[in-house]
Design a protein around this ligand. Sequence first.
Ligand code: ZN
Length: 402
Amino acid sequence: MIAVQDHLNHLLEFRSDDVPVVSLYAVVPVDPKDQAGLRSRVNGLLDELDPLAEDESLSRAARLSIRDDIERLRRAVLEEHWKPHGIGLFSCSARDFYEAVELPREPRDRILVDATPWVRPMTVMRDKAYRACVVVLDRARASFWKYENDALVESNELQDRALRTDDFTGGRWGGRENATHHTVENLAKEHFRRVIDRLEQLFFPDLDHEAQYQSVVEGKPAPEPAYDVLVVAEHGNEASGFLDELPDRLRQKLAGTFTDPALNDRGALKARADMVLEQWERDQERQQFEHVLEVEAMGGFGVTGLRKCLWAASSKAIDTLLLQEQDEAPGVVCDVCGWLGESGDTCPVTGDSLRHTPDIVDEMVQSVLRDSGDVRTLEESVAAEGRTPAAHLRFPLPPEPG
Ligand SMILES: [Zn+2]
């Protein structure tokens, strides 16, 4: 399966030159018995386009292209067998363009016709593109799990010397209990330190001084970290004290913790890790959004609201664009200079005539991605009402034209 990101790059490059592109998203059910439902849903969406295919206000080339797109997509849903959980189809027959994208998560069923492929649902799928390391640990063992692309795989295990249970209780006589207790604590501490050493290698491979020296000599690039975030799972309170040992730089990678992981049930382990990571994502989003509000209040590197964000995108100033799914509005685009606006007929920058679009937010998303910016779709409840879209800027905006 080609990564959603690669499809996205391809779609962003596509230029239809005034012929419409049909974009269709549909949920693909997990149960193959529900395939008939998928067919009728897709056909229902395509029925919505019938009036457009007859619309005399469109050029003949546009109408013919839409008609062919409808036919092609009806054929596709009959012949193809897509994997769960969703499919994005893009068709522009007049330009001989067709792309089917298998989606890792369920989109909302939707069809849209515009001069460019409608990509916003795909950017939401792409948000989760981080690699998490899940460490499950007790007093003497640690298993390292790699969580990437919605899959959890055990990568390796670290086993240290542990005292047997009967050693813990110590003897009935003498001061052995106290001594044993110290040994247990020391062994646990040593174990934690070894776990931390391994984590440091995984997260900060370039901190190895010897390797750094070699990389300078041989002119090789510094080694890439294996992970972006860390999740720690502890058995009862056997691993209490581990977090206290974490150095600051690792603590900054920590997304969260949970206790009593089920090691023999990968699905359950993944579900627990998911909860931690989702909460972490929400917190990240909230911080990003609040940061934009702060810098906007100081004047300069942040803007909120559709109008200002459109001008920021037109100025190629957006570093990170924060959206909510419901942010959607019609608008206008200058295909000559890339200016984006809410309304008008001529571009205030170059005087060219403007193209109308049903979703200017999607055009803004495309513009930001083409300029190597980042786009994040916020969960509901993260952003204050009416303050999105919001953008973190690379530089303060020039005054608006006109
Ligand atoms: Zn222009």
